[in-house]
Design a protein around this ligand. Structure first.
Ligand code: AMP
Ligand code: GLY
Length: 450
């Protein structure tokens, strides 16, 4: 089977790498892919801008045409934006089995208002909230509730649409800025204002199969993966600005069996019921962003995809055929799929370009001491780096930086300490100008908590 993977981040490198290890997979077509997938076994990047057969073809049809030209029998969609734009619908309409929810279900991430209405309707454990489209009403609700309080733009805002306000003044300012379109444009015209939850966060990525098309013995289900934790702040000790993720670990020891049982009962099960009752076609992955509070886990958000960088920590621990799992999601047999996991831990710190998450320079050579890196047995997942096609001098490397989050070193250990040492020993084999990374991923005090 040939598989098309849509996206260009570290998550998509991990997905393509894991798919390529399957004996079921002949080739992985990465669109557009990145500098990591460019050098991965069985993987091939396709840049739509360079395909003559795409002349005059627009939007989702570009991906469908590439899949058809390359005889792909399965599609895996990485990021949220193409899902919200209905790429899964387009693939299915063209007869290509797909991993990723259809457009209607993808709105669970694209609209915070929809997600919260869904959670309240189906009794998913979550923070109390209300939605506003009128500024005066939002401001008077804030005065009534007091601070701390959380203000969220309704639409997709690439992580910039949430303000955790410690004071009423901060909350007022956030409402004004979000509703006036200063932060996130139209995404902030509608706001969800939410009760502030105290606790620490974890991520539970899961496989989902819910569709009216199931027949016979096939059952809908959500199957959780191992727990994981992202570290979103730029600096050690969970300080500094928010980023897209500075590193991940899996599994998370403070997600005890009791907490996971509570999660299944008060979050996963009602979510499954809701997906079924709403009649969604959701064959893909769902990411539960959870806050572990004194009153048990609460659902902060749904993402309709795998997390980045959680995927880079979770996929290497899979002790089953990931391509077979993806096929079972698409063909409705997920409920019968047996997921087994390596015991032990995975730690995946991320190296970023100096200046990120604000402005940063691109185009630096990435020097990797491959021999030394191999000793740590870490896998280097590339995100913001591209193949250097214009290598002129011997000092030019295979890869050059072209994004904020450049790569993750994901390493295994039978204990957390061993995984941690392996990951950071791999990181010490990598150099690029202005490279920056956190030194405390997974250590006490590194997790965001409030
Ligand atoms: P979201 O995009 O909804 O996950 O929000 C982004 C981040 O804001 C989360 O990862 C939390 O760190 C924080 N956050 C969101 N909602 C709350 C809440 N109700 N209470 C405290 N922190 C929150
Ligand atoms: N790691 C958080 C996310 O993927 O949204």
């Amino acid at each position: 089977m040939k598989v098309i993977v849509v996206g260009n981040g570290g998550r998509e490198h991990a997905i393509a790498w894991k798919l390529s290890q399957s004996s079921l997979v002949e080739e992985v077509i990465c669109v557009p892919g990145n500098g990591g997938t460019a050098f991965e076994d069985k993987c091939r990047n396709i840049d739509p801008e360079k395909c003559e057969y795409l002349d005059g073809i627009k939007g989702n049809d570009i991906y469908v045409k590439i899949a058809q030209e390359n005889s792909c029998g399965l599609a895996v969609i990485g990021p949220e934006n193409p899902l919200a734009e209905g790429l899964a619908d387009s693939f299915w309409n063209a007869g290509i089995p797909t991993v990723g929810p259809k457009k209607m279900a993808a709105q669970l991430e694209a609209s915070k208002d929809l997600a919260k209405s869904f959670m309240h309707k189906y009794n998913v454990a979550c923070a109390k909230s209300r939605t506003f489209t009128e500024k005066e009403e939002a401001l008077s609700y804030i005065h009534e509730q007091g601070a701390p309080i959380v203000i969220k733009a309704d639409g997709l805002a690439a992580g910039k649409g949430v303000v955790v306000a410690k004071t009423v003044e901060e909350a007022e300012k956030a409402v004004n800025q979000l509703m006036d379109g200063e932060f996130v444009g139209d995404a902030g015209k509608k706001l969800v204002i939410e009760e502030y939850l105290r606790g620490t966060e974890i991520s539970i990525l899961s496989a989902v199969c819910v569709t009216k098309e199931l027949s016979g013995q096939k059952k809908s289900c959500i199957v959780p993966f191992l727990s994981a934790r992202d570290h979103k702040r730029l600096c050690d000790g969970a300080k500094g600005p928010n980023t897209g993720g500075m590193g991940a670990i899996a599994p998370v020891d403070d997600a005890s069996p009791e907490i996971l049982a509570q999660f299944e009962k008060s979050i996963l099960a009602p979510t499954l019921k809701g997906l079924e009752e709403e009649g969604y076609d959701y064959r893909g992955f769902i990411f539960f962003g959870l806050m572990l509070t004194e009153d048990g886990p609460k659902c902060l958000e749904y993402n309709v995809r795998l997390g980045d960088p959680e995927t880079q920590a979770v996929l290497p621990l899979m002790d089953f055929d990931f391509a077979a799992l993806c096929a079972s999601i698409a063909d409705g047999s997920l409920a019968d799929f047996n997921l087994t996991w390596k015991s032990g831990y995975q730690v995946a710190p991320v190296a970023v370009s100096g200046g990120y998450p604000r402005s940063y320079k691109k185009g630096f050579n990435i020097v990797i001491d491959e021999e030394k890196a191999k000793e740590s047995s870490a896998k280097i997942f590339i995100a913001g780096a591209m193949e250097n096609r214009r290598r002129r001098s011997p000092s030019d490397t295979k890869l050059v930086t072209n994004g904020g989050r450049v790569l993750a070193c994901s390493a295994y250990g039978s204990t957390f300490d061993e995984a941690w040492k392996n990951a950071y020993s791999a990181m010490s084999c990598i150099k690029f100008t202005d490279m920056f990374y956190r030194k405390d991923i997974g250590l006490p005090g590194a997790a965001e908590s409030n």
